[in-house]
Design a protein around this ligand. Structure first.
Ligand SMILES: Nc1nc2c(c(=O)[nH]1)N[C@H]1C(S)=C(S)[C@@H](COP(=O)(O)OP(=O)(O)OC[C@H]3O[C@@H](n4cnc5c(=O)[nH]c(N)nc54)[C@H](O)[C@@H]3O)O[C@H]1N2
Ligand SMILES: Nc1nc2c(c(=O)[nH]1)N[C@H]1C(S)=C(S)[C@@H](COP(=O)(O)OP(=O)(O)OC[C@H]3O[C@@H](n4cnc5c(=O)[nH]c(N)nc54)[C@H](O)[C@@H]3O)O[C@H]1N2
Ligand code: SF4
Ligand SMILES: [Mo]
Length: 759
């Protein structure tokens, strides 16, 4: 594969205009190189990049300097993302188990695959009701596709069960945004970091998970901003924080209440802001005053003085920005934790000004747009309420259907699993998700998926989940499609098509529309291209909080992205929310008193440690893409168990030993990574792997009561030296393993001598 074609021939440099912002096409004697401006397919930062195309193949990538967020930078995942496009593992034909569940997946024609799906879905619906078929979608897809999936479920299948993997990701943040502020979006653009005096990152490993946002943190610090970090692990940003709060997992709302208590006691609240722009303060204040730092210090496993210091620093800031992510949100109290953040920011008047806000760092590439397009169990497009008669009537008019034919709210993704086991859901169409890695309590998930009468998966690689399917449909990567995506800032950007899908694979939107036709509902899906779908998205979201009506493909191009809401064609968009009003009808934000409640499972004699799970810089989510990328795989070829040196010594565990972790759900074995950077009562496992390597064998499937996100970040666990290595160890190059461990230890916080020891 030719990757690094020379951009400039030496004898041509004198005639080349080096100041031209966009090299879109380069001609040399032998071939043509196209530079297709687009964005990274991975995290919510959505860095601008050019895909380099040669002879109809994507052969490389270059960062875009003109995209304001990454300004020429890419992280290791972005820099290698292009390698998935021509990967030899790409699926290039539909696969089907012709002889029933126990027969192998074998290649079949598109007609046979799609006709079988349509026929079986209709048979099952006739026998067991329309809701016996579910749609399980994803957020790593364009807005056009996310919109299409919600409409496909409600109109083509007529099922109420439609949900998506954002349930595992953004649903706590959504709950908090909706309860406190009224709009489900980050309050500020990332560039506001440069206007903040204090940045408080709580439960966000910004360094590894949002590497390009990290550069904005460093720039903010260069301008004098102070950094507070709360995380049970000393992550890269924690290492250089002004105040590091290594709290016990699952105690966030206690910490936030205590900070609010100090802010009140020390007269640091913004009385005028509270009076003019909020309601519910008195109750929240009264409750917060009970959370004294001395009491809370014990709950969180922190020093009371450090909590006071953090509260003072935050409370005295002229403009303070809170960044949260899944550390605080992947909890059975995740919504409460987000509300507690909003309470602190509201009490100190930290909204509606440059550098002042509370923003969740949305995870997936289109984790923002994915939660607005109407693929959620309770929502229609534009975050409209599927139970609200006016909202239903409006969307019915856009879709050209009868309001009464739109199904009502269905089950969230996490509750589809038990419904499959109860045989309430008998078939599932899954796109852009890999729950055989990502859902908690893997043994139960596997039982549920195997119990389905018909399980269809659309992916471009055979994921752990696709391997269980009855029919697999080969879809497209982002490089082959065009469409919009909405970044963690709420900025709508556009992917442009670089190449065609490999022969045999098809574009996802085309597959779904074809299936709708075979289900007899083709008239509702008459799209000739992605642009037609986007035009419908503009109308369907018109007048909602996430209003895309004023956004066009051309405007995105001209402005390098447009922040929603954007209500008219002359409206430039809205980078910062809440400057005048919050999202509720009266324009006021809501305080809600938050009572700290412990996580669902706490350590005991049998399971004495807290297990938490999360990410590393080299892999993306279920790893289905990044484990196939050679460099990323080599840097993190398997999971490991991060354990503090004290806890390890107590158990006779040395660095690199095979250890077995047990919880009430199951057990897994992996090498120990003995570090100084994690609390001694806590262990951490990265979750990017499947089968016997899946951290989710261990995790607790307990859900947040309102928004149904699993408690991935806290469960009780036991650890001991393993009797023997796991079977998968035999297939792994031991040198690679050593090299990867050395790489991890190169982090000064992990094994090196820099940085404070976690208390
Ligand atoms: N490299 C990489 N980047 C990614 C992704 C990826 O898979 N890989 N995925 C993207 C997606 S979809 C998401 S959702 C984001 C996730 O981004 P993050 O939320 O930043 O990542 P996580 O590793 O899930 O968890 C963050 C931190 O929470 C800490 N933590 C654990 N328990 C607690 C707790 O109880 N309280 C607090 N305060 N902290 C706790 C963990 O130690 C961890 O450092 O990343 C996005 N970016
Ligand atoms: N223990 C533990 N579990 C977790 C988490 C954790 O922190 N700890 N984090 C949770 C979070 S925040 C998230 S977001 C979830 C993610 O969980 P999943 O959604 O299950 O993970 P992905 O890897 O994004 O799965 C996407 C799949 O779709 C494919 N795909 C990607 N793009 C496209 C596309 O455009 N079209 C098609 N057809 N296929 C596509 C990929 O190859 C991949 O197989 O995991 C959750 N699970
Ligand atoms: S920071 Fe996110 S969007 Fe940017 S290159 Fe890395 S994975 Fe891609
Ligand atoms: Mo996520």
């Amino acid at each position: 594969m030719s990757v690094d074609k020379r951009l400039f021939e030496p004898d041509q440099t004198d005639t080349y205009d080096f100041h031209s912002a966009k090299p879109t096409k380069w001609e040399s004697n032998e071939d043509i190189e196209h530079y297709v401006p687009t964005h990274c397919c991975y995290c919510g930062v959505q860095c601008g990049m050019y895909l380099k195309v040669d002879n109809g193949k994507v052969v490389g990538v270059e960062p875009r300097y003109d995209f304001p967020l990454n300004q020429g930078m890419l992280c290791p995942k972005g820099a290698t993302a292009y390698q998935t496009v021509n990967h030899p593992d790409r699926l290039t034909t539909p696969l089907m188990r012709r002889g029933g569940k126990s027969s192998p997946l074998e290649p079949v024609s598109w007609d046979e695959a799609l006709d079988t799906i349509a026929r079986r879905f209709r048979e099952l619906q006739a026998q067991h009701g329309a809701d016996s078929v579910a749609v399980y979608s994803g957020s790593s897809m364009t807005n056009e596709k996310c919109y299409l999936m919600g409409k496909f479920a409600r109109v083509a299948l007529g099922t109420r069960h439609c949900d998506y993997n954002g349930r595992l990701c953004m649903s706590s943040a959504t709950g908090a945004n909706e309860r406190s502020l009224g709009i489900d979006r980050a309050s500020n653009p990332v560039s506001d970091s440069l206007h903040a005096d204090v940045i408080f990152a709580i439960g966000a490993n910004v360094g590894e998970c949002f590497p390009i946002v990290t550069s904005w943190l460093w720039r903010a610090r260069d301008r004098g901003a102070k950094l507070i970090v709360a995380d049970p692990r000393q992550t890269p940003i924690a290492r250089t924080a002004d105040i590091f709060l290594p709290l016990r997992s699952g105690t966030d709302s206690a910490l936030l209440n205590a900070m609010l208590c100090v802010v009140i006691q020390e007269g640091l609240v913004d009385e005028e802001f509270i009076r003019q722009r909020t309601t519910g303060w008195e109750e929240t204040k009264a409750l917060a005053l009970q959370y004294t730092p001395e009491k809370v210090a014990k709950v969180c496993g922190l020093k009371a003085e450090t909590i006071v210091e953090a509260a003072r620093l935050y409370g005295k800031a002229n403009a303070a920005l809170i960044y949260t992510a899944r550390g605080l949100e992947h909890q059975s109290k995740g919504v409460d934790n987000g509300v507690a953040c909003a309470n602190l920011a509201l009490a100190t008047g930290n909204f509606g000004r440059p550098g002042a806000g509370y923003m969740t760092l949305t995870g997936q590439g289109n984790g923002q747009g994915g939660r607005e397009m109407g693929q959620k169990a309770s929502q229609l497009p534009g975050e409209r309420d599927i139970e609200n008669p006016e909202h239903r009537a409006y969307i019915a008019s856009v879709w050209g259907v009868d309001e009464k034919d739109i199904p009502h709210a269905g089950l969230p993704a996490t509750l589809m699993i038990p419904a499959m086991l109860r045989e309430e859901i008998r078939a599932c169409f899954m796109i852009c998700s890999n729950p055989m890695v990502s859902l908690p309590d893997q043994h139960t998930v596997e039982k549920a998926l195997r119990a389905l009468d018909l399980f269809v998966v659309c992916d471009f690689f055979l994921s752990e989940t696709a391997a269980l399917a009855d029919i697999v449909l080969p879809g497209n990567t982002w490089a082959e499609d065009e469409g919009t995506s909405t970044s963690l800032e709420g900025r709508v950007i556009k992917y442009n098509k670089a190449v065609d899908p490999p022969e045999g694979a098809r574009l996802d939107w085309d597959i779904v529309c074809d299936l709708a036709r075979r289900l007899g509902k083709g008239q509702y899906f008459p799209y000739k291209g992605q642009r037609d779908i986007f035009e419908e998205v503009r109308i369907a979201t018109k007048g909602s909080h996430s209003d895309y009506y004023g956004i066009t493909y051309e405007k995105i191009e001209a402005q390098n992205g447009v922040f929603w809401p954007c209500r008219t064609e002359d409206d430039p968009g809205t980078p910062r929310l809440y400057e005048q009003r919050f999202g509720f009808a009266d324009g006021l934000a809501r305080f809600h008193p938050i009572t700290y409640l412990p996580p669902a499972e706490e350590p005991d004699a049998e399971y004495p440690l807290v297990l938490t799970t999360g990410r590393v810089i080299y892999h993306y989510l279920s790893g289905n893409q990044t484990r196939r990328t050679p460099f990323l795989f080599e840097m993190a070829p398997c999971p490991w168990v991060e354990i503090n040196e004290v806890a390890a010594a107590e158990r006779g565990i040395a660095d690199g030993d095979w250890v077995t972790v047990r919880t009430r759900r199951g057990e897994m074995t992996a090498p120990a990574l003995v570090v100084r950077s994690i609390r001694p009562d806590t262990i951490f496992i990265p979750y990017h792997y499947g089968n016997a390597q899946a951290a989710n064998i261990l995790t607790n499937p307990v859900l947040e009561p309102m928004n149904k996100i699993p408690e991935y970040k806290v469960c009780a666990a036991a650890i001991a030296k393993a009797a023997e290595p796991p079977a998968w160890a035999a297939g792994l190059d031991p040198d690679l393993l050593k090299q990867a461990r050395r790489g991890r230890h190169a982090l000064p916080s992990a094994g090196g001598k820099v940085g404070p020891r976690v208390q």
